[in-house]
Design a protein around this ligand. Structure first.
Ligand code: ADP
Ligand code: MG
Length: 238
């Protein structure tokens, strides 16, 4: 079911009524290591949002995803990102570069999303380096862990800015940006930090934005940030 219902007409919106585009993980273009991992985790079939978003991310598209909590958004972005990083040439050693940056509103979510990346990439060789970066804990320890960079950094905006200011981390080579729970990030007052970070990222990158709600300020952010995105809105059946 595809309906062009969007604020800007170059955006292709897919409103998904809790139905899957594909009912099997093997139809989504995932590599064998990831299919094996999903078996280990007893994920028998993709959720609706996963079946629409995984192929779009693998295809290099920007994505705008709207769905309530518990719809499986983390795997929807983490699985294809892991696959792309596994296939890319290894990160250049030496700099404190980060290939994929995931911004989240809270430290709990940072840890949770980083744990998911590690769980989903457990069979990928060589191992991908995933770090969670958030405030309230020692900056020194995080600076140490960031030596030599990371494949994936999951961060809250404030601490990330501190670490960039002290050169512990650089966003110049970042190829993928994810904003998870964008509405919460803005309602918690991270607008200024977010804009500061967006200005430091390369212009050319793949951007994925997830939000449960789309108030005006989220719309403004998506309009300025996303480039011709695939928009997947999951209609809740309640
Ligand atoms: P959201 O970010 O949309 O709130 P999460 O990504 O946190 O959702 O996923 C919610 C829960 O569902 C997690 O415990 C996750 O492990 C589980 N989950 C995600 N996808 C699947 C799947 N395809 N099959 C079974 N469980 C899944
Ligand atoms: Mg989530």
């Amino acid at each position: 079911m595809t309906q062009p219902v969007s604020s800007t007409d170059q955006v292709a919106t897919q409103t998904v009524a809790d139905t899957q585009a594909h009912s099997d993980f093997t139809q989504l273009g995932l590599i064998p290591e990831l299919l094996e991992t999903l078996k280990l985790l007893s994920y028998t079939k993709p959720t609706a949002i996963q079946s629409h978003i995984i192929p779009a991310v693998l295809d290099g598209k920007d994505v705008l995803g709207g769905a309530k909590t518990g719809s499986g958004k983390t795997a929807a972005f983490a699985l294809p990102i892991i696959q792309k990083l596994a296939k890319a040439s290894p990160r250049k050693a030496g700099g404190n570069f980060v290939s994929c940056l995931v911004l989240v509103p809270t430290r709990e979510l940072a840890q949770q999303v980083a744990d998911s990346f590690m769980r989903y990439s457990q069979l990928i060789k060589p191992n991908l380096k995933t770090l969670a970066v958030y405030g309230g804990v020692s900056t020194n320890v995080q600076m140490q862990s960031l030596r030599g960079g990371a494949d994936i950094v999951v961060a809250t905006p404030g601490r990330l800015i501190d670490l960039i200011s002290s050169n512990a981390l650089k966003l110049d080579n970042t190829t993928t940006l994810v904003l998870d729970e964008a509405d919460r990030m803005l309602s918690l007052g991270f607008t200024e930090e977010l804009n500061e970070l967006l200005a430091k990222l390369p212009k050319t990158k793949q951007t994925l934005l997830f939000s449960a709600t789309f108030p005006e300020e989220v719309r403004e952010l998506t309009d300025s940030l996303l480039n011709n995105p695939v928009e997947v809105q999951l209609q809740s059946s309640e």
